[in-house]
Structure formats: C-alpha cells, structure tokens
Design a protein around this ligand. Sequence first.
Ligand code: ATP
Ligand code: MG
Length: 239
Amino acid sequence: MAAMLELKNFEYYYGNIHAVKGIDLYVNEGEMVTLIGANGAGKTTTLQTISGLTSPRGVRGEIWFDGKRIDKKKGNKITAMGLLHVLEGRHVFPQLTVEENLKMGSYLRRDGEGIKKDFQKVYDLFPRLLERKTQAAGTLSGGEQQMLAIGRAMMAAPKMIVLDEPSLGLAPIVVKGIFEAIKEINKRGTTILFVEQNSKIALATADRGYVMQTGEIVLTDSCANLAANEEVKKAYLGG
Ligand SMILES: Nc1ncnc2c1ncn2[C@@H]1O[C@H](COP(=O)(O)OP(=O)(O)OP(=O)(O)O)[C@@H](O)[C@H]1O
Ligand SMILES: [Mg+2]
C-alpha cells in the first residue's frame, strides 16, 4: 500500500541557507508519526512545505499526498485535498467567537449534516470549547486556543492533520489533555504527523518517529524503540 504522505529526498533552501538537506519520510494511512529535534533542525520548514506554505522556489525533491504530487501546489489546493495544517502558535481568528472559528474550518464543505456531527465531535472532545462557544477566541487561554485550532482543523473533515508544536507554551497538565485529544482524533481515523520539541510526550503518544538534526534525519524507528535508545535519551529526554 502506498503511504498517505511521502517525502522523497526533500530539500529546502531559504536563498543560500540549506535548511533541509535531503530527507525521506512517510506516513501511512491511519498512522500517527512524530518529527522531533532541536531548535533550527528544519522541522517547521518541512511541515510548512508539506502544506504549501513555503516558497516553491526553495523546494527540491518530491512530496506526495494521497497519490498526488504536491510539492509545487499552493496551500489552498493542498487544504482542499484534505491535508490540514495546525500552525505553530495557533492562529485563531481573535475577533470571532469560538463557534464562528469552528465554522470557518468547514467552509469548503456542503454536507450540512456532516458539519453538524463534526461540531458535536469537537465539543465532545473539548467540552471547554462548548462552554465558551460564544466567547471571542482572542480572549481564550493559550491551551483553549490550541484546542480551538485543532477543533477548527477537525471541522474540515480532513484525511490528514499536521501540527507544529502543539505543546508550545502550555502547562504540562494542558499538554497532556491536548495530546490525549490528538490521539483520539487519530483513533477515529485521521492520519497525523506532528512536530514536537517535547520529545518525551511526543514519543509517548505517536506510533513512529523521526529524529531531525541540522536538516537531516539521523534516526527513525518505532517510538518505543526511540524512547529506549541511549543516544535519544541523552540528547532529547534529559538523560
Ligand atoms: N524565512 C527564513 N529565512 C531564512 N532562514 C530561515 C527561514 N525560516 C527558517 N530559516 C532557517 O532554517 C532553519 C530551520 O528552521 P526551522 O524553523 O524549520 O527549524 P525548527 O526545527 O522548526 O526549529 P524550532 O524547533 O526552533 O521551531 C533554521 O536555521 C532557520 O534559521
Ligand atoms: Mg519550528
């Protein structure tokens, strides 16, 4: 079976800066995969290129999603194909209410019944959002905004969601809840790739992982094996 997402010898250049130096990565349908690594490793660049958010001029190699080549496609085309990106730092619409933000997520859909069901799913998963559905998104806490950003992606009924640092700036207890929710979304059938600097929770949540270092993949394995690897422990898990 072909992978849902596949990068073949992917490279990225910001002008002369060679940010990603030829990586191979795949995510099978139904899988949950994490990409970990230190600051500046090229994780965000990789995710943003997958979603069509970087300049195509900097791209080398191939990116395939759902049987089609997407490395020269624009972000809106890729979204319409069913690949949703939850950005680093969240990006909700601050003036709109929680409910309006969620509705924005479904703007490409015409199946009213399905949309209604997905509202219910989001509120089941994040009861906080239901309590706050008429509140302006800009007044939500950081953790609630992250829930909303994830909920908004769910409202598009995507085949795949990619997330950049879902734990960024959140208290440990909130992080735990966010990852439980992401795991639940995956269990319900959405394929997931996420980038994380919190390697501990990343390796505890995903099925498989890639370790990235200065633009290269230096290691890939099941998360169980990565978490038990001495080098990974030393470099990313605090000993
Ligand atoms: N717009 C840009 N112009 C030039 N260089 C950039 C640009 N964006 C990123 N870079 C460089 O590319 C490299 C990879 O950055 P990237 O943001 O992908 O790393 P990252 O792994 O996501 O890091 P972090 O964990 O800090 O978020 C870094 O050296 C960064 O300085
Ligand atoms: Mg980043």
